[in-house]
Design a protein around this ligand. Structure first.
Ligand SMILES: C[S@@+](CC[C@H](N)C(=O)[O-])C[C@H]1O[C@@H](n2cnc3c(N)ncnc32)[C@H](O)[C@@H]1O
Length: 248
């Protein structure tokens, strides 16, 4: 075996051991939090819709200036979305990987004075954090801009659970969706694509988000299941019609 082959083999073994460790870690956590399990699952097949967050963000970008659109992404990871956005004016915030700014969203917003036309929120998938990101994003949004949110529709209790129990994770961002649905200052829809992508349009300057945290903070996946009908969910085509209605 050549030196290169030996090195590749070692790397593959190392990766395998690493994946095994993560898998065992998640299995232990699933066992630990099994009391939080819930029988309801949703059979949303995201890959069958043929539209995803990248299509949506690029549509919003094209409606808000195209290559001159000022785009902000919170949480970039491997840049799967960030690198696919065709704007020339992009800022990506992530404390770990990807984007342009190595910092948390809280750190970024605390010193940011720029305004953006399209903002995509996909950082830490915990209600309190995504709520803060939404409020800060509203303050950093140009008039007639759009904010989108990833991962608002968990398909089962494990996808929703905080702390995280497996690779596929929406967290409990869905709690913010209930607040946005009830906030008079914003128009809000959830597109039934790609784990649920929320889209928000501010109806006025200084728009805010109503605070239901005293009711929602301690709620579990059962609340989401029991109240799903309250959320304004639309398919891709209805969502596009709604977005375009602002640009006719
Ligand atoms: C689901 S990934 C983002 C995926 C990306 N937006 C996409 O669509 O391809 C979530 C990312 O959020 C980042 N993250 C975690 N905590 C954060 C925080 N407080 N502020 C900003 N990003 C955060 C993580 O490092 C991770 O890379």
């Amino acid at each position: 075996m050549s030196k290169l082959e030996e090195l590749l083999k070692q790397q593959a073994q190392h990766q395998f051991q690493q994946n095994l460790r993560i898998h065992r870690h998640f299995l232990n956590l699933q066992e630990k939090f099994s009391d939080n399990s819930h029988p309801k699952t949703f059979d949303w097949n995201w890959s069958a819709t043929n539209y995803n967050r990248i299509a949506l963000v690029n549509m919003l970008v094209s409606l808000r200036g195209g290559i001159d659109c000022k785009y902000l992404e919170i949480g970039c990871e491997s840049n799967a979305l960030f690198d696919s956005v065709f704007s020339n004016k992009k800022v990506g915030v992530d404390p770990a990987t990807g984007g342009t700014n190595r910092e948390t969203s809280d750190e970024f917003f605390s010193s940011n004075y720029e305004k953006f036309d399209v903002i995509f929120i996909d950082g830490l998938h915990k209600y309190e954090q995504v709520r803060r990101d939404a409020i800060n994003a509203l303050k950093s949004l140009n008039e007639s801009g759009w904010i989108a949110f990833h991962d608002l529709l968990p398909r089962n209790w494990k996808e929703h659970h905080v702390p995280r129990l497996q690779h596929a994770w929406t967290g409990d961002c869905w709690k913010l969706a209930f607040e946005l649905a009830k906030s008079d200052d914003v128009d809000f829809q959830i597109l039934n694509i790609d784990h649920g992508v929320g889209v928000l349009r501010a109806k006025k300057k200084d728009a805010g988000v109503i605070d239901m945290s005293s009711d929602l903070s301690e709620e579990g996946y059962g609340y989401f299941v029991d109240n799903l009908d309250v959320l304004p969910r639309v398919d891709w085509f209805e969502g596009v019609d709604w977005i375009l209605s602002y640009h006719r």
